[in-house]
Design a protein around this ligand. Sequence first.
Ligand code: GLC
Ligand code: GLC
Length: 813
Amino acid sequence: MEQQKRYGHFDDQHREYVITDPQTPWPWINYLGNEDFFSLISNTAGGYSFYKDAKFRRITRYRYNNVPMDNGGRYFYIKDGDTVWNPGWKPCKTPLDFYECRHGMSYTRITGKKNGVEASVLFFVPLKKWCEVQKLTLKNESNEVKNLKLFSFEEWCLWNAATDMENFQRNFSTGEVEIEGSTIYHKTEYRERRNHYAFYHVNAPIQGFDTDRETFVGLYNEFADPQAVMEGKPRNSHAHGWSPIASHYIEVALKPGESKDFVFLLGYIENEQDEKFEAPQVINKKKAHALIAELDTTEKVDKAFAELCALWDNLLNIYKVRTGNDKLDRMVNIWNQYQCMVTFNFSRSASFFESGVGRGMGFRDSNQDLVGFVHQIPPRARQRIIDIASTQFPDGGCYHQYQPLTKRGNNDIGGGFNDDPCWLIFGTVAYIKETGDFSILDEMVPFDNQPGTEVTLFEHLKISMNHVINNLGPHLLPLIGRADWNDCLNLNCFSWDPNESFQTTENVSEGTKAESLMIAGLFVVTGKDYVALCRKLGKDDEAERMQKAVDAMIAAVKKDGWDGEWYLRAYDFYGRKIGSNENDEAKIFIESQGWCTMAEIGAEDGMVAKSLDSCKKYLECEHGMVLNNPAFSKYIYEYGEISSYPEGYKENAGIFCHNNPWVIIGETLAGRGNDAWSHYAKILPSYVEEKYQTLHKVEPYVNCQMVAGKDAFKPGEGKNSWLTGTAAWMWYTVSEFILGIKPDYDGIRIDPCLPETATDYTVSRKFREAEYEITIHPNGSQKGVKSIVLDGKPVDGTVIPYSAGKHVVDVTM
Ligand code: GLC
Ligand code: GLC
């Protein structure tokens, strides 16, 4: 194996990942912002900001697909004599005497040192404020006086990130700015329909500025050597059209040992229609002034930062484990939960692999993300469920995606993904179990956001289940529609035209026999949940109706969904088997093994155990379990996108981490703790971090969507980091099924499934108005709780009944 260089390490005490070499194998990024204003920031300060929606309200410009890869961001240029450098190394790439990037919980701190000067920048978005703070501290560590020239830099995006990249005949004429003191205002399109603008401010007098990119950079220069900076002379340029930017120029004199703070603010403001202007053509800056006043000193900024840190203290205090295994504890207590919050916020919209223009919030994705987040801020999860359900149609089908700004279903992609409806039950049940808030089921929720169409959320759940029942195929298994969870198994697509989207094309769908075993398993799992919910609500008739449908589905899977050693994956358009030993390639797929084992279909006949064994035998490799095996080696017209990828990548036999936890949960339900753990540890970032920093390439502190599988050119290489359902599934798996602390309607169910090497551990769990301190003694057992003692008294069964207050629980396996 090639020598694995290290680029950083975990700092658990500060909940940070510390990057010590700026030339990471790929930009290693972080996310700033918690609700409305968001930023992406790389370890060299690359990235961009937006308000709510990465497509429609892009504040700063970022070029995806750039050379070099991560170019453009918030840059500070320091000119010290003839040397120009940046604290984050880029874009000048002047060798630094010291470099460090600390990615923490919603903040990033980048520190560079050069020739006796230290520059440290703290980046964060204060709670409830629409701005990014950049607190720059310059310190003279030398013995002589330093006269530095400091230039800031941001490049504005003309709001709509899609048209910003293409409509140049217009864009080059619309750019407008205003300058007032130390604040540069970006007001492109404000004169017409926009009632929002952005600004870039610094809390110090400036000695110059630039707002026109070409004047600042020079047409034949680059971010690495902007003319104004190289010459140490701002141009005081005023952008009219072309590409507006914002750059402050400040002369800083520092005595030996002296340090100075500068607070830079990148802000976003919305005005009422009739209060847009303070004079003809002059934007109303009242709200900007107010926002600036809230953050114009180091003290105010430090206070805002302390509030952000306190929020994370609270969020990460809800579920905390102490196992004595640092690699597990840091993922459970810090990074996995953090990634869940990020995926909840962004769904699959904006990362260094998702451009922010293509996808908004996914129906299935967001329901799954919710499960990783609901214990932290339940009211936001509640709102999310209502938003998602509002994009459903009366027949139970739904829009596959919606835009976060408008909350409207996305017409470009439409609907027809037949797994989508089931996920609404998955998300809602998780919410109610966490909170005990059944009232959400009475909320009136519209169809397709049309006022006047409202029915209760419960009704939405019911029609979701019905959508599956009403769309069964010849084997009484669910019709797949455009695709199920696997967006690339496009069984009605039949495309030979490269200009057609696999996602939205259904050239042949009349008379389809394409059925999905993944949806069958998903239906049984969520159907059982739905039945239990109905019973809880006293809706016994409805419970019985659905129990019958679930039983029928189980029977259909046993009859026509079993291949002898594993569950089939699907039937194609013509009713031929997919994922069968009879096939030449892709004989076995992971999704149906995951969902049918989670549904425990045929456990009594040994089907579950055989399926799990087959996963180990055919899917598992050094880096996790691949999606299918063997990989497709050629394009199959009847299967669509899945067979378009080269072997070992993405949905064609990549390790699509998202679905590994399904099999792991299957293992835990079957009581196979050793196997569950070994699958889990293979894709646990902290284990990967230790072994494969260079090979893995992407951020070692979070899961990525896909790791190249065993058939790939470079097995183990990661891609599509951050925004993946893997986050929520890893969390759900470890918190509820491995460590075994599972919220339920009436309390917390305790049912761990562990490797036999596990030793005693303690989980502190806040739950509704209660706080439980739960100690588990595994005693070498993989599964099976022998006794539970709650506050000194034995409990019957495995559920600790809920009651407010502090409790101590002792569990013996
Ligand atoms: C992507 C999509 C998700 C889909 C998965 C498998 O992660 O966001 O919706 O289920 O790919 O195709
Ligand atoms: C591609 C990807 C899949 C993703 C989909 C989203 O098909 O392979 O992972 O979910 O695009 O549109």
